[in-house]
Design a binder for this molecule. Structure first.
Ligand code: DGL
Length: 281
C-alpha cells in the first residue's frame, strides 16, 4: 500500500451533527489518522425521508468523500446504514465502508427483565438491516422500537436539555419504560448528545448502550486488515477537516459545543445530484 494512500483521510458522514459522537471516539482511538467530516445539513434530517431518497443522498455524499481521496468511509448514521449500506458497497467496491446498526445484540445479552428499548429514527426501525438484526438476535426478548420524530432537530438546534426537548424525550421513553425495559439502545448517532437527559429521566436502574467506541474499534480493525493505517506521527490535536451542505457557522458552533474542536467548516453545494465544493466568490 502506498504511503500516499495510508496518509489519506478517513471520511465520516451523517445528515448533521450526530456523527460527531462517532468522530469523538474515532479521534480518541486513532490519533495518527486524519478525518474528513461531512454533514448533509441541507437535507437534515434524513430520518423521515423515503428509503430511495436517503439512498440517493447517501450515494452523493459518499461519492464526494471518495473523490476527495478518502481511504475509507465511516457511515456515522444509523439511518443511512439501515437503508443504504448495500448500495454504497456496490457503488464503491474498492473503498472499505464501515456502517452502524443499533446495538440490539449486546442489549439482549444485558437485559434481566427481557425487555429492551431502542430509540432510533423511523427510517432506521423500518430498514432491512435493523429488521434482520431483530430476526437474528431477538429471540424471546421483547424489543420496543421507538422513533423520536423531532429529536434530531432539537439536537441540531443545540437544545440538549430544555423543556421542549425534555417533553419530547419523555414521550419517547414512556412506551419503553411502561413495557419494563432495563436496557435502552441509542440507535441514532445524534442521541448520545441527550444521554444525560435520558439518564436523568429513566434513573439508575436502566443501562444505556451507544456504539461509538465499538465503531471506532471496528474502524481500526478494518484499517489494519487492509493495511491502510497511517504511519504518521500521533497528533496532539484531532486532525479533522469539516464541511457541510448546510450552514457552516452552525456546524462550527456545534463542533465546538459538542466535541470541543475549534474549526472552520467548508461550504458544499448540491448540483444535479452531486455534492461539490462551493464556487469561490
Ligand atoms: N444521525 C442519524 C442517525 O444515526 C440520523 C438523523 C436524521 O437525519 O434523521 O440515524
Amino acid at each position: 500500500m502506498s504511503d500516499e494512500k495510508r496518509t489519506a483521510p478517513v471520511g465520516i458522514y451523517d445528515s448533521g451533527v450526530g456523527g460527531l459522537s462517532i468522530l469523538s471516539a474515532l479521534t480518541s482511538l486513532l490519533h495518527q489518522e486524519r478525518f474528513y467530516y461531512v454533514a448533509d445539513g441541507f437535507h437534515c434530517p434524513y430520518g423521515d425521508r423515503a428509503e430511495q431518497e436517503i439512498i440517493q443522498l447517501s450515494l452523493g455524499v459518499a461519492r464526494h468523500l471518495v473523490e476527495s481521496g478518502c481511504k475509507a468511509i465511516v457511515v456515522a448514521c444509523n439511518t443511512i446504514s439501515a437503508t443504504s449500506l448495500p448500495a454504497l458497497r456496490a457503488a464503491f467496491p474498492k473503498v472499505p465502508i464501515i456502517g452502524m446498526v443499533p446495538a440490539v445484540k449486546p442489549a439482549i445479552e444485558l437485559t434481566h427483565t427481557g425487555v429492551v428499548g431502542v430509540l432510533a429514527t423511523s427510517a432506521t426501525v423500518k430498514g432491512r438491516l435493523y429488521l434482520d438484526v431483530l430476526a437474528r438476535y431477538g429471540g424471546d426478548t421483547r424489543v420496543v422500537s421507538q422513533p423520536c420524530p423531532g429529536l434530531v432537530e432539537r439536537i441540531e438546534a443545540g437544545d440538549l436539555d430544555g423543556p421542549d426537548t425534555e417533553r419530547l424525550v419523555r414521550a419517547c421513553l414512556n412506551p419503553i419504560m411502561a413495557a419494563g425495559a432495563d436496557v435502552i439502545v441509542l440507535g441514532c448517532s445524534h442521541y448520545p448528545f441527550v444521554r444525560p437527559l435520558i439518564e436523568r429521566l429513566v434513573g439508575p436502574g436502566v443501562r444505556i448502550i451507544e456504539p461509538s467506541d465499538a465503531i471506532a474499534l471496528q474502524t481500526r480493525r478494518v484499517l489494519e486488515r487492509q493495511a491502510l493505517c497511517s504511519a504518521g506521527r500521533s497528533a496532539a490535536e484531532p486532525q479533522v477537516h469539516f464541511a457541510t451542505s448546510g450552514d457552516t457557522r452552525s456546524l462550527e458552533a456545534s463542533v465546538l459545543r459538542l466535541v470541543g474542536i475549534s474549526a472552520t467548516a467548508d461550504q458544499l453545494v448540491w448540483r444535479d445530484g452531486a455534492l461539490t465544493g462551493a464556487p469561490a466568490g
